[in-house]
Design a protein around this ligand. Structure first.
Ligand code: AMP
Ligand code: ZN
Length: 138
């Protein structure tokens, strides 16, 4: 399914131009228009999924399989030292384009990319209870 007035549906399906690295029947890989670092790329499905909660496991599996190949190719050509894979779901999580996309952000010594959180404290009893609750849904 495509969604009316969805920017990434239009980019994924070639109606709006992008600097495309690779495409196949199901996905398009292109450079982010406002890159966090040199080589910042996005992988988007050609079908519309709002976010991870909306995507089937099979599509997610194929998308991440492609991500492994793209990550290696970017690393080889850019000679980056590392890479962050980021995927935002929902406004609260920083998603701004509501069509699933995976960010591949190459990392270099001295870059200014900022992907951090404050480490919290875990209560073991609470974690055990939470693990049990979530496990029953898997
Ligand atoms: P997110 O905050 O995870 O939803 O990320 C959306 C990303 O899409 C941002 O990094 C934007 O720079 C990028 N973006 C928005 N419009 C375009 C576009 N026309 N071409 C390429 N990247 C885009
Ligand atoms: Zn879309």
């Amino acid at each position: 399914m495509k969604k009316e007035d969805c920017l990434f549906c239009k980019i994924a399906n070639g109606e709006i131009p992008s600097t495309t690295i690779y495409e196949n029947n199901d996905f398009r890989v292109f450079f982010d228009i406002a890159p966090a670092s040199k080589g910042h790329a996005l992988i988007v499905p050609k079908q519309h999924y709002n976010d991870i909660f909306d995507m089937d496991a099979e599509t997610g599996g194929r998308l991440f399989s492609l991500a492994t190949a793209v990550a290696r190719a970017l690393k080889k050509e850019l000679k980056c030292e590392g890479m962050n894979i980021v995927q935002n779901n929902g406004l609260i999580a920083g998603q701004t384009v509501f069509h699933f996309h995976l960010h591949l952000i190459p990392r270099y010594t001295g870059d200014t990319v900022n992907i951090v959180w404050q480490p919290g404290e875990a209560d073991q009893n609470e974690l055990q209870a939470l693990a049990k609750a979530v496990r029953k849904d898997l």
